[in-house]
Write a protein that binds this ligand. Structure first.
Ligand SMILES: *Cc1c(COP(=O)(O)O)cnc(C)c1O
Length: 414
């Protein structure tokens, strides 16, 4: 457990919420594919006086004085990110993934331009064209889909690109489990005179750990969050070719944001430093192994795993087909046993996005706490039993006990 002595004295109510959340994170299995546990060094960097400082602008060209240390810390984050991903230019200021994407769009597109991105029910993210988002009000998004076997038909994608004439071809996803052919996507963009952008938010840690191919050499722009598999603080980042550096930097500040969150940027620098160490390669490799084990164990028990299986850190399961329950019920049953996942759409979901047919299950967080194949097997058994429980309280209570027992052996923050 962490100490919050000063907080305890000054604000018991907030401290109680913090302690409650700490306990929840320690005692349950976190399987939301976009979540992770940061190191104590990252937590410490977040809680520093860097939060006091206004640093509008970029290192060496700020609007206010007193920037010796903020410049130093931002340069550390930039240079480490460049090294991690082999990028020509990096902007570490986006407050999160959504603003990073909005800034990237703003840097290269005009209102009304067409963007070709992955259909949301096939794995694309909200920021890739959900009708309620600002980008969808400014630009015209057209979705491409996956095939029944989970792959992408690049001939079809090329035909769609020729028909729709996008200014941007977008790759990236938040609930797709196969690898993309970066070279093919970039070539299609080039053929139709569009920019190519990859949103690697979900897999950035797997790329950093060299467990998956690096998209950076193929794309004009690569955006990411820093808090998913990359295991840093909540935040965003944009990597791009030198030719787009100015446009990207201007789009982030002053285009979209004011002062950067310097404590968060310090924490990003710490996380990138961690990702540069050899242990992180082991971590990334173990994530892939754990996801594969989870897939196999779930299949063995009769689960219908989408997209023909997984090549990354997560699986999507059609729980209607597998267990005769909706994603919402599956989420509730698993919550009751201390396993946190999220309901998720499956391609062209017959039930619609509000009450979808699937769940998304990810392993980055449990891998951080040291769990490997034996533990993943136990967890798969717990998931399967809970989904078959029909909500029986006694059954769920028993499963919860095994989950708690397992988690006790793998403390997050000692
Ligand atoms: C999570 C995610 C985002 C958004 O990140 P936030 O930090 O929540 O704004 C954007 N794109 C993809 C592909 C994501 O998975």
């Amino acid at each position: 457990m962490l100490k919050h002595d000063i907080l305890k004295k000054s604000d018991k109510e907030v401290q109680a919420a913090v302690l409650g959340e700490e306990k929840r994170q320690e005692e349950g299995v976190e399987m939301i594919a976009s979540e992770n546990y940061v190191s104590q060094a990252v937590l410490e960097a977040l809680g520093t006086v860097l939060t006091n400082k206004y640093s509008e602008g970029y290192p060496g060209r700020r609007y206010y004085g007193g920037q010796v240390f903020t410049d130093a810390v931002e340069m550390l984050a930039i240079n480490r990110a460049k090294k991690l991903f082999g990028a020509e230019h990096v902007n570490v200021q986006p407050h999160a993934g959504a603003p990073a994407n909005l800034a990237a769009y703003a840097a290269i597109l005009n209102p009304g331009d067409t963007v070709l991105g992955m259909d949301l029910s096939h794995g694309g993210h909200l920021t890739h064209g959900h009708p309620l988002t600002l980008p969808a009000k400014i630009y015209r998004f057209v979705g491409y889909k996956t095939e029944a076997d989970g792959t992408i038909d690049y001939k079809k994608l090329e035909a769609l690109a020729k028909k729709e004439k996008p200014k941007l071809v977008l790759a990236g996803f938040s609930s797709y489990t196969r690898q993309l052919d970066y070279a093919k996507i970039a070539a299609i963009a080039k053929k139709v005179g569009a920019y190519a952008m990859m949103d690697m938010a979900h897999i950035a840690g797997l790329v950093a750990g060299k467990a998956l191919p690096n998209p950076v050499p193929y794309f004009d722009i690569v955006t990411t969050t820093t808090h998913k598999t990359l295991r840093g603080p909540r935040g965003g980042m944009i990597l791009c070719r030198e030719a787009l550096a100015k446009a990207i930097d201007r789009a982030v500040f002053p285009g979209l944001q004011g002062g950067p969150l310097m404590n968060t940027i310090a924490a990003k620098a710490v996380a990138f430093g961690e990702a540069l160490r050899p242990e992180f390669k082991q971590y990334a490799k173990q994530i892939l192994k754990n996801a594969k084990t989870l897939e196999k164990e779930m299949r063995k028990r009769g689960a219908h795993v989408m997209f023909g299986g997984t090549e990354n850190h997560m699986i999507v399961v059609d729980v209607v087909k597998s267990y005769g329950i909706a994603g919402k019920e599956a989420e509730q049953y698993l919550d009751a046993v201390g396993i946190t996942i999220n309901k998720n759409v499956i391609p062209d979901d017959p039930r619609g996005p509000m009450d979808p047919s699937g769940v998304r299950i990810g392993v980055p967080a449990l891998t951080t706490r040291g769990m490997k194949a034996p533990e993943v097997k136990v967890i798969a058994g717990c998931i399967d039993e809970a989904l078959r429980s029909a909500g029986n309280r006694k059954v769920l209570k028993d499963i919860e006990k095994s989950v708690r027992k397992l988690c006790k052996q793998f403390p997050v923050y000692r």
